[in-house]
Design a protein around this ligand. Sequence first.
Ligand SMILES: [Zn+2]
Length: 89
Amino acid sequence: MREACLEVTDLVAEAIDGVLPARLEAHIDACADCRELLREATRLSDAIHDAGDGYQHAHDFEARVLAALDPDGVEPTRPMRRRSADFSP
Ligand SMILES: [Zn+2]
């Protein structure tokens, strides 16, 4: 898996909200794996929104999406809040 793919996976919640850095948006345009990841994640997000009124993304939303996408389970390796330096090229 390429580094950009890992970044997209790590930022999947932001990607659903359309707030990714431009360079990752460009990567997604060129990467079928990431498009598939986002398609599935968006579908799950929509399903969650449809499930009930007043639902808000839980702090572990990203981990839950990743767990749903990967049956083997992926434990988050770091918290949701990140240093803005992570977005530097
Ligand atoms: Zn990718």
